[in-house]
Write a protein that binds this ligand. Structure first.
Ligand SMILES: [Zn+2]
Ligand SMILES: [Zn+2]
Ligand SMILES: [Zn+2]
Ligand SMILES: [Zn+2]
Ligand SMILES: [Zn+2]
Ligand SMILES: [Zn+2]
Length: 244
């Protein structure tokens, strides 16, 4: 599946499989995050999507908004051209999962957060919760990873037994790169070098030049053969015709 062309409702061209380039930072059209793993895109439009964002459903029933299903929108419909994500409380200008009736919006990546996660230095699974664990509105919860305040309207990952909690972003990052995966990543880079498209392109040019040379030689041999044949037949204008 991964290496095939894909289609997405939000773009009218076929999306081809692409590899991230270390020299160029490419961000996803849907979630605005950077792309660091194989992805799909349209080169002529500079339109790129994470595979996980391509796979995002068009409609989503989300426990944070049980009243209505959320619809995947390729652009905010508000006059400001942006939305405020109800999960992380940051603004977004790209795709959103949205309930138009309630003006409830989520970033794609926030909407697709797993319901549980693990972080370094905490032995228990953390649950995704949509309200502050503090009963009293005036009490602020402090993220146990970055030690910054988690606003009362922000979602967080939380272990109730230990009263341990983390911002969505703080819970996501530390477990992201175990040693094994990064070593696999290096191997992938070596593979990419072996399949460097520039080398392949040079190879093709070389091949084309070789064919052209062969054609020239074949043409010359043909002319000589005709010339020899003409010598047998005799008329001198044949030579003239082929050489000039
Ligand atoms: Zn994305
Ligand atoms: Zn395109
Ligand atoms: Zn968000
Ligand atoms: Zn709603
Ligand atoms: Zn934090
Ligand atoms: Zn715990």
């Amino acid at each position: 599946m991964k290496h095939q062309n894909r289609q997405h409702f939000s773009h009218h061209h076929i999306l081809i499989p692409l590899q991230p380039d270390q020299d160029e930072q490419i961000s996803c059209q849907a979630c605005e995050d950077q792309i660091s793993e194989p992805f799909h895109g349209c080169l002529s439009c500079n339109f790129y999507l994470h595979d996980r964002c391509i796979d995002a459903p068009r409609s989503l029933d989300h426990p944070s908004h049980p009243a209505h299903p959320l619809t995947l929108l390729p652009a905010p419909t508000y006059p400001t051209g942006s939305f405020t994500c109800s999960a992380c409380t940051l603004h977004g200008k790209a795709y959103s999962f949205s309930c138009a009736r309630c003006e409830f919006d989520l970033h794609v990546q926030c909407a697709l957060m797993p319901s549980t996660t693990l972080v370094e230095n905490h032995p228990h699974e953390l649950q995704l919760i949509f309200d502050s664990p503090c009963q009293d509105e005036s009490t602020k919860f402090e993220c146990d990873v970055c030690k910054e305040i988690v606003n009362n309207d922000q979602w967080l990952f939380y272990c109730e037994a230990c009263d341990f909690g983390a911002h969505l972003g703080c819970a996501e990052d530390p477990k992201g790169r175990p040693g094994k995966d990064s070593r696999e990543g290096e191997e992938d880079e070596e593979d990419e070098e072996a399949e460097d498209p520039r080398l392949e392109w040079e190879g093709r040019i070389f091949e084309a030049e070789r064919k052209l040379r062969e054609q020239r030689i074949a043409h010359k041999l043909m002319l000589e053969a005709l010339d020899n044949a003409a010598d047998y037949v005799g008329p001198s204008y044949t030579r003239k015709y082929y050489y000039y």
